[in-house]
Structure formats: structure tokens, C-alpha cells
Design a protein. Structure first.
Lengths: 218, 218
């Protein structure tokens, strides 16, 4: 019985995700599902991206948290196109929550939506939101063993951003070990090493985004 | 129907947790449920604790991970009394998993069991394992806003260890803000600031533990 319930939840989620995907496609919007453990730098990456692209493209943000509007308020300082989802304790976003949030964004005007998922390396992985890409953000301070301990998120992601690279010289983070473990799980997964704090190598991330921009048909 | 299933799971968990608690009490064992997001330093704190106390008391460790034996192997270097639980994807330990793991420890000889929960600031909170204390480990690099974004774990914990304090001077972590937000959620919650890496203030943690040791009756 329990398994049946979970199957139904995932089936419903997939149907809703497909509707979201169609809506995003019809409006020429690139949509990113941004995943990480708490404190790896999802909000910082979103803010630094808006700062660099706000004069070029229209960006919307969907902020997922179990409670509070703390991150949405930080982001509101840089754009009006931000919606907060409070999951009320649930440990991940689902496609239905995103569908509701999208109604509050002016999607006809948007080129890019960044969805900040709940900070959690495990639970969000199984829930398709209708995004184009899943992006996992690791940070140097979390250590180089995260791919070993939380494989699914690294297997399912389309890009890995390694944040807080400014701290690499004072950490024990072994980049060869990390790269090797990533290759075992998801061969060839692109890793962009950057620092949201210092701005180091942000241009590689911005370049990755620019190549994937869809363009409005109208 | 879904809610009923969840209620049953929690009811069963509570019953099993009470059995674990009785077993631990009957054997005079102090049991800690150690919670944090990935990479905050649960394994490091366990290893540094064993190093300092292994000649004084007998310590057992239960390692929870969604997969791999990576942490258990690290800990095995310092003690033989370690059991790995692989949850197979589940985002938290439950009392039944701990009951199974405990069978593999020589509990009659042990004074302390440290249970390293799955790295996750959300899901483990609701699952009593039969422990004496829930200890949440935050790290400076995760940022000072974690109490705002993940309240339940800070409300339910009996002690907060703030790790990686050696990095405080090069971080934006505002200790007054953090303390204030903790006080809003869990007034008076003790915070021990330390660094597993440099050993800074480890004596306060060891002192906290020593005061709570139960002693064998036989």
C-alpha cells in the first residue's frame, strides 16, 4: 500500500512536470533546477547571475524553502520576478508547487527561470519539475567525498558547479579524487569551479548559460 | 490514506525507539543522535572524540549513509566498534535500523554510542532513535542563516556544535545574528564553538560529554 502511494505521487508529479515543460518551451524560457546541500551557495549563485545578466535578459526566480521568505527577500533586492514557495516542512519541491509559483511570474517576458530547490542532497533528486537542466552545486568546504556518499544527485545532474573555490588552498579538498568519483558516477559531467564571493571564474558559468538560452519566438 | 501510512510509520518508530532507549538505559550507555547537513563535520567530530576518549571509555559508532561504507572505514581506523547502516536511498535513519545495527555492537561493554545520521537538515528530525540527546552540528561555511531556513532541527536539538570555527575570520558569519535566531527558536540552547581540524575548544565538547556519562551498574 505504501509503495502504491509513492508510485501515484511520482506519476502525478511526472504529468505536472510535463505540463510545466511545455509551458516553459512554448514561452522560450530556459529553466534550471538548482540543487545542493544547505549553505553550498545556491542563493549566492542566483544573485551573482542576476547581477551579471539583468541588463541582457529577463530572469525569474522561484525560491523553495521549508519555511521563511529569507532568501526571496535577499533576491528581491536584485529582481522583482521572485516567488517564494514554502513547502511547510516537505524536503523537496515538486512539479505542482512549481506550477503554482509560475502563475505569479510574468512568464511571457522571461528568458530564464532559476528554481532554487530546498537545501537537501537527497530528496529533491527524484522530482522532475519540468526543468531543462538539473544543476548540482557543491562547495569546497563540504569536502571531496560528497559524490561517494550521495551518488544519485551527481548521477542525475547535468552540470556540477563547485563553489567557494577561493577556499581550496586552505582546505583538504582533493580535486583529483573528486573528479575521479564524479567520473565513476556520471562520466564527463562538466564541472565549473568558481567563487560567488570573489567572482572568480563566474564568466565560465555565464558562458554556459548563454549557450543554452532559447530565445523568444514572438 | 497517505496520512494514515505516515502516522503508522511514526507510531511504529516511536515504539521501536522506546525499546532502544530501554536497552541503552539498562546497559548504562549514553547515546547521541548526531545531525547535520552534508559536510558539516559529523564524521570528523566522531573521530576527534574517539581519539580523545578511547583510553577512558568504550565507544561505539553507528554510521548512517544512503550508500557506501566510506565513513565507517575512516572510523574503523580508530575503533572496531563501528557498524554501517546503508539506508538504500532513505533520507534519514529510523529506530528499526538502529535496533538492527545495535545487535552488531558489543553493547555490554560500551559507555557511549554516537549515531551519525544521514546528512540532511530536514528529514531526520522527526525520527526518534531512542537517543539521550540530539546534537545538531552547523559549520561556519554553511552561513549564519541556517536557523532561519531550517527551524525544526534547531528547535528539537539539545546541543548545537558550531564547527569550523577556525574559518570564522575569513567568513561573513555573524555570530550575534546566529545566536539571536537560535534564541528565537530554542531559547538558551547551548552552542559549543570548536574546530575539529585545529582542535580549538574540543575540551568544551569533551567536558559536555563527560558530565553526561552514565556509568555501568555492574
Amino acid at each position: 500500500m505504501k509503495i502504491e502511494v509513492i508510485k501515484n505521487v511520482l506519476k502525478y508529479n511526472k504529468e505536472q512536470a510535463d505540463k510545466n515543460r511545455k509551458l516553459f518551451k512554448d514561452n522560450g524560457i530556459l529553466v534550471l533546477n538548482m540543487l545542493s546541500s544547505p549553505g553550498a551557495g545556491k542563493t549566492s549563485l542566483i544573485i551573482e547571475t542576476i547581477k551579471r545578466l539583468k541588463d541582457t535578459i529577463k530572469i525569474g526566480v522561484i525560491e523553495g524553502d521549508i519555511s521563511s521568505t529569507y532568501d526571496a527577500e535577499k533576491i528581491k533586492y536584485f529582481t522583482d520576478n521572485v516567488v517564494q514557495i514554502n513547502t511547510g516542512g516537505t524536503c523537496h519541491l515538486n512539479a505542482g508547487m512549481v506550477a503554482e509559483a509560475v502563475k505569479k511570474l510574468k512568464i511571457k517576458k522571461l528568458d530564464l527561470i532559476m528554481i532554487e530547490n530546498v537545501g537537501n542532497l537527497i530528496c529533491p533528486v527524484g522530482f522532475d519539475l519540468g526543468e531543462d537542466y538539473k544543476i548540482v552545486i557543491s562547495s569546497v568546504n563540504e569536502g571531496d567525498d560528497k559524490p561517494v556518499k550521495y551518488p544519485p544527485i551527481f548521477i542525475k545532474s547535468d552540470l556540477l558547479v563547485l563553489n567557494k573555490i577561493d577556499l581550496i588552498s586552505i582546505s583538504d579538498f582533493n580535486q583529483d579524487f573528486f573528479r575521479g568519483k564524479i567520473n565513476d558516477l556520471n562520466p564527463g559531467l562538466k564541472i565549473i569551479k568558481l567563487s560567488c564571493k570573489t567572482g572568480n571564474n563566474m564568466e565560465e558559468w555565464i558562458g554556459w548559460l548563454a549557450k543554452r538560452r532559447k530565445g523568444k519566438s514572438n
